[in-house]
Design a protein around this ligand. Structure first.
Ligand code: 6PG
Length: 226
């Protein structure tokens, strides 16, 4: 398996960092739509992306060409405020005219096994991702890929997670293999609480985030010195 190639992008000013990300997403969408007629993007969960998502309704883009996926979902009832798809909808997706059938929410409300099965089936019909946005936990997890849990090297597109150390314990995650099937992967490691795990990652620690190995390498965006 190829090594993970990483590029570090440091912006000490969070506003400048979000501007760089916003412009990069707009550019990636423009290029994907021009070249392939659509833009397939995976959204990170957690709280970090919320500030960036709130700035995306202003993008100059053809929203009808966007296809949305989620890196993972928590096994919570539909509409639960701690679901990743609810956060993305409230901050952004609810304000733009992306056709509903082009937003591939993960049915994690059915539990890890059924949710992963449905997500896997849906993903087998989707092309390689144009852009994957991922968060980074302070233990080095990404999506719902946590150290020591089964499924690390699953060939399935989506896996069940039953003992996540970050609540809730039950989740559905896209697999490392599927998240690596992407033209670009950007990690959003923003906030001083990410500084320690970023240093460990830089110094070669074996982390779940290190399992994401797209051919083009990954880009890590942070306001921490790198
Ligand atoms: C989740 C996320 C998870 C998140 C990291 C970082 O469902 O919790 O998918 O992978 O991205 O834990 O979370 P924060 O952005 O809230 O620090």
């Amino acid at each position: 398996m190829q090594r993970q190639r990483r590029r570090w992008h440091h912006h000490s000013d969070p506003v400048a960092l979000r501007t760089a990300l916003r412009r990069g997403i707009e550019r990636a969408a423009r290029e994907s739509i021009r070249q392939r007629g659509g833009f397939h993007i995976v959204l990170a969960g957690g709280q970090t992306p919320a500030a960036l998502y709130r700035e995306l309704p202003s993008l100059n883009t053809d929203w009808r060409r966007w296809h949305i996926y989620f890196s993972d979902e928590r096994c919570l009832p539909v509409e639960h405020p701690e679901r990743n798809d609810v956060m993305a909808r409230d901050c952004w997706l609810g304000q733009v005219p992306i056709p509903r059938h082009q937003v591939a929410t993960i049915p994690a409300q059915h539990g890890p096994a059924l949710g992963a099965m449905h997500a896997h089936r849906a993903l087998t019909r989707s092309p390689a991702f144009d852009l994957v946005l991922l968060g980074l936990g302070d233990d080095g997890h990404t999506a719902s890929l946590f150290a020591g849990l089964p499924g690390a090297y699953s060939r399935a597109s989506a896996i069940p997670v039953r003992a996540a150390p970050k609540a809730p314990a039950h989740r559905v995650s896209l697999s490392a293999v599927r998240l690596s099937s992407a033209r670009a992967v950007w990690f959003l490691a923003i906030g001083t609480e990410k500084a320690s795990i970023l240093r460990r990652w830089q110094h070669g620690a074996a982390l779940p985030a290190g399992r994401i190995r797209p051919p083009s390498g990954v880009d890590v965006f942070t306001d921490n010195p790198v």
